[in-house]
Design a binder for this molecule. Structure first.
Ligand code: EAX
Length: 356
């Protein structure tokens, strides 16, 4: 509603010039349609309202997933649960929204796991570089025993963790020059998530990393406080980072999950039938988000190129230079994360690779 009004206002008042500038600068990607809701109506007592906050914007795959979640929950509760969506960190960044859940002032959020590592140290396993060579391998771990165990562990401290979603493979962007090898990172100021392992990665590669919440990132890039950042293609596009970053490198260096969290204070008031409905809807949202972000990647890269961004795609040999340089990070973090967990995941990945 707001978007449409703004667009019309700009084209009437500002004329073709403003309209065209806006069009060429922001590469708008069309989303696949929302699936139909399946499953019976769930009957239980009471009426409930869920405020659901996320850090990424309305044009990302994460928000699209939330729209599907909203549709499932509202339809299957026959309107007894109403879901209101708040994108773009309007109600706080990942950490602030998570605290609001604990305080009971917000019902749901879906942060990246990385800024929550101080609360749940094992999440750091997902920050290890080049852990999952294929997205399906991340799915197998998240949807399997390890993922379930982590959801159970994160269902504490005033939170209930009900599902995984996809943030995705992270790509590097910067405002200075093309990056093809670790040496090109020398001196580049890179924003990382608020996460020690990410800082370690960029220091090890020779860059100059600074942790910062996602909510502050666009302004920091625009004002040159940092030269670069790293996020999945869909986030680079939906946050319009291409307007302030001329260069991108397809590094795929880390696969980041989103975790769907509910306030325990709210959860405890919900009838069991509705708790189950939320779990089902969270699983469906996660699957759909993966589908959306994966099917859009090629198109987004093309849109970003068309908008003037220079994208470097690395050869396997070039990727290996980054991987080799980052191998010490695995040793540095082994004790902190737990060697057994790392070995388990690496074994699962190798098994999956062998089966291909
Ligand atoms: O959950 O902070 C980040 O860069 C994350 O990838 C995400 O966009 C917010």
């Amino acid at each position: 509603m707001t978007t449409t009004t703004t667009t019309r206002f700009v084209s009437v008042v500002g004329g073709a010039f403003l309209g065209l500038t806006a069009l060429s600068a922001s590469a708008a990607t069309e989303m696949p349609p929302l699936p139909d809701v399946t499953g019976d109506t769930v009957k239980a007592d009471g009426d409930f309202e869920i405020k659901f906050s996320i850090g990424t914007t309305e044009s990302g795959a994460q928000y699209r997933g939330l729209e599907y979640f909203e549709k499932i929950v509202e339809q299957r509760s026959d309107g007894h649960i109403q879901v209101a969506l708040f994108p773009g960190a309007q109600l706080g960044d990942d950490r602030q929204a998570t605290s609001a859940l604990q305080a009971g002032t917000l019902e749901m959020t879906m942060p990246s796991t990385s800024p929550l590592v101080n609360m749940f140290p094992k999440f750091a396993v997902f920050d290890l570089p080049f852990l999952f060579p294929k997205p399906e391998m991340a799915d197998a771990v998240l949807d399997g025993e390890i993922g379930q165990q982590m959801l159970d562990d994160a269902s504490s401290k005033g939170l209930v963790a009900i599902g995984w979603g996809e943030n995705g493979y992270r790509q590097l962007t910067n405002s200075q020059h093309p990056v093809e090898k670790p040496a090109d990172l020398e001196g580049l100021k890179i924003r990382t998530m608020e996460n020690e392992l990410h800082l370690d990665i960029w220091r090890t590669l020779g860059a100059n990393p600074t942790p910062m919440s996602f909510a502050e990132l666009f302004t920091a890039l625009e004002q040159g406080v940092v030269d670069g950042q790293e996020n999945p293609w869909i986030t680079i596009e939906s946050s319009k980072f291409n307007e302030v970053q001329d260069y991108a490198t397809e590094t795929n260096h880390v696969y980041t999950p989103f975790i769907t969290l509910v306030s325990a204070r709210f959860w405890d008031r919900l009838p069991e039938e509705y708790q189950q409905l939320l779990r089902d809807a969270a699983t469906k949202m996660g699957d759909y988000q993966r589908h959306v972000s994966r099917t859009l990647n090629d198109q987004i890269k093309q849109d970003l190129k068309d908008s003037g961004m220079q994208i470097t795609e690395l050869t396997p040999e070039q990727v290996k230079l980054f991987q080799d340089k980052l191998e010490p990070v695995y040793q540095d973090w082994r004790d902190e994360i737990g060697g057994e967990l790392i070995d388990d995941i690496r074994a699962q990945v190798q098994q999956a690779q062998a089966q291909q």
